[in-house]
Design a binder for this molecule. Structure first.
Ligand code: NAD
Ligand code: MLT
Length: 310
């Protein structure tokens, strides 16, 4: 059997694949045209968030049996096309959640305290403390949209900073809100109105794409601070730029953009936006965990064994 890896996963993961005796080709940053041409030769593919597994891809992937998503979100994978063809899709939903939660906290604190801006300033050999006054987290209200794996980790960490945490998530039980000591909001509008900080942690779906947009910024507290370490566009990018220019949003911490890779987003021009190139899962621990887990899952699926995250 042949396995193609198109995005960087940990060396440990590649070793697991190779030790299985299967043929493994690692072709990072492969051009789309070449991918479509060669995919017929493979039984499995391992991707992260950049490779688009869509209908066009499936039409070329005539021998494909398994798609391994080395990570959490599967929004780059068209699931219906896989199901129709009996292709198994596996992912690693637990393997990087701590890293994503910690990156969220990092973005929040860094943006509230202007840490990257001040760092750039002093590295330009300037010493000026006047332009970087921030705000504290303690005593403020954090609104979490999506109290799932990562949202709940973020919630408990923010409680450690003395914040009141509220959340909107219509798909979970009241017990889950109670378990994490989080106040349930019945609708998004109430969460938006009450929050000093808003952090989104939903998957990217038709329902969540753009769910924080013009209407929400109209009712948000003036000076609200937002973080998106989930998926680009859950906070509408145009609406965010507008709300920042109107001083409704005081700062934004962004790890994900609608189009990635991206070096031209208007968000990059705003000084009070701090932005990282989709680094939420980029820690030693998360990548080792993701790489090894996805390797075992892909191999199990190819052998027809039970796979936990299929
Ligand atoms: P999860 O499935 O555990 O939790 C998502 C939660 O969102 C669920 O509780 C669900 O009920 C809720 N939800 C769904 N639709 C909603 C809606 N319309 N309104 C409110 N809540 C809604 O997912 P997770 O593992 O916590 O991942 C959260 C997000 O983080 C995903 O988008 C994932 O792709 C992303 N992620 C990003 C990185 C990164 O590198 N930046 C790393 C890992 C995960
Ligand atoms: C994920 O969904 O796991 C993240 O976006 C991380 C990644 O794939 O790089």
């Amino acid at each position: 059997m042949k396995i193609l890896v198109t995005e960087k996963i940990a060396d440990q993961g590649i070793e697991v694949l190779k030790k299985s005796g299967m043929e493994v080709d690692v072709k990072l940053d492969i051009e789309r045209g070449e991918l479509l041409e060669i995919i017929k030769n493979y039984d499995a593919i391992v991707v992260r968030s950049v490779t688009k597994i869509d209908e066009e891809f499936y039409q070329h992937a005539v021998n494909l049996k398994v798609v391994g998503r080395a990570g959490n979100g599967v929004d780059n994978i068209e699931m219906e096309g896989a199901t129709e063809r009996g292709i198994i899709v596996v992912n690693t939903p637990e393997a990087n959640i701590v890293s994503a939660a910690e990156h969220t906290i990092g973005l929040l604190i860094a943006s509230c305290r202007n840490i990257p801006q001040a760092n750039n300033h002093i590295k330009n050999r300037q010493w000026d403390r006047s332009g970087f006054k921030g705000v504290e987290l303690q005593g403020k209200t954090a609104g979490i949209v999506g109290l799932g794996r990562i949202g709940s980790l973020v919630a408990t960490r923010l409680q450690g900073f003395g914040m009141k945490v509220i959340a909107y998530d219509p798909y979970i039980t009241d017990e889950r809100f109670k378990k994490f000591g989080v106040e349930k909001k019945e609708n998004l509008q109430d969460l938006v109105k009450e929050s000093d900080f808003i952090s989104v942690h939903t998957p990217k779906t038709e329902e969540t794409f753009g769910m924080i947009g013009d209407e929400e910024f109209k009712i948000a507290k003036k000076g609200v601070r937002v973080v998106n370490c989930a998926r680009g566009g859950i906070i509408d990018e145009d609406a965010l730029v507008k709300a920042m220019k109107e001083n409704i949003v005081a700062s934004a911490g962004i790890d994900v953009l609608v189009d990635e890779p991206n070096t031209t987003s208007p968000l990059l021009d705003l000084n009070n936006v701090i932005i990282t190139p989709h680094l939420g899962a980029d820690t030693v621990e998360a990548q080792n965990n993701v790489g090894v887990t996805i390797a075992h899952e892909v191999l199990s699926a190819l052998k027809g064994e039970m796979v936990p995250n299929a």
